[in-house]
Ligand binder design. Sequence first.
Ligand SMILES: Cc1ncc(COP(=O)(O)O)c(C=O)c1O
Length: 388
Amino acid sequence: MKISPPVTKKLSDILPTEPTLLMGAGPVPIPEEVAKANSLVISHLGEPMNTIVKKIQEMGQYLFQTKSSKIFGISGPSSSAMEMAVTSFLYPGRKVLILNLGTFSNRFAELARGVGADVVELFPAPASPFRASDVAAALKKERFDVLTIVQGETSCGIKNTELEQIVKLAKSKNVKTIVDTVCTLSTMPFFMDEWGIDITVTGGQKGLSSVAGVSLIAFSEESYAFVQNRETLMPHWCLDPRRANKFWCNHEYHYTAPVNGVNALYEALRLICEETLEKRQERHASSSKLLQTSLEKMGLTLYAPADCRLNSVVAINNPEGINSKELITYIKDTFNVEISGAFGLNVIRVGQMGEQCRPQNVKRVLEAIGKAYVHFGVKLELQVLESL
Ligand SMILES: Cc1ncc(COP(=O)(O)O)c(C=O)c1O
């Protein structure tokens, strides 16, 4: 039996005429330069790719604040960078402490179980980050090989305010650390070398305002040496750092790199370097502050307490009787703005990453959220919008 071609439509007939403003927890809008770079297919080997790769590593050193040369791009989502990190350090007989703050911290536990590691999870008090004292107690009770932690947990909008102390504590106990900066890199201060982090992972589609599907991982020189010298086989071929090193450090073939995505990442990182981390972080802080205070002035409440609230993803408590799904659909259909729901919590989430932190985007999402809640019967002070 032959299969006939399905009835097809042009992509432009599927997409809205006006692009939807992506104000959710990622992917985020990308600058024009990044979009243009993403359309360029070049050879994956030789020049100019060798120069592009080298420059991505140099810019990555700036972003992660590390002198390590072991920075690799990964063809895959941020979760594949998490997977490379976990499979580098964990295998049967090794034990990991997972600091579980929500969906994405929990992914580390799923990945670690998958490679047969011994997994112990720690949970914080509701709506709070991890305290170094609680982690110290856990590290005192048992011996661990690895600790995983997120800088910011996108699913609830909470940041680990004691990340530096926790990482340093782990180091003092000879415990290797894996830090997820997927929704935070370039949006808030981060110092891989100064804090003594072993592996950092991040994705393209959030703070970096690049495309999804090309992620970054940074190994400290010491942690890369551990992987290089380990005798147990790596479970993955694509995600083997020693093979990735061939492409990223020796300019040899590993697999065909996602060339247009690499070009896009190059441009995204270049724009960050041009802006500088200090100015970018300040832009994120002030833009998110404007969003947060305006929401509160309207009469809404935020899920995370102010002292541990992420700037990059803001979770808003739904007033009683509101169904997130209906609200989000209404916002999209009426205002052509997309925001995110949540994993289990009764909140909606708004992103403040990269291009989302522009005054016109903040104004538009505030107006959409305010008017949508009013449409569903919530009493709010909408005149706040006039002062924006
Ligand atoms: C903190 C964090 N870690 C990991 C991930 C997984 O990223 P991806 O969907 O690119 O695999 C996300 C995605 O939202 C995230 O927010």
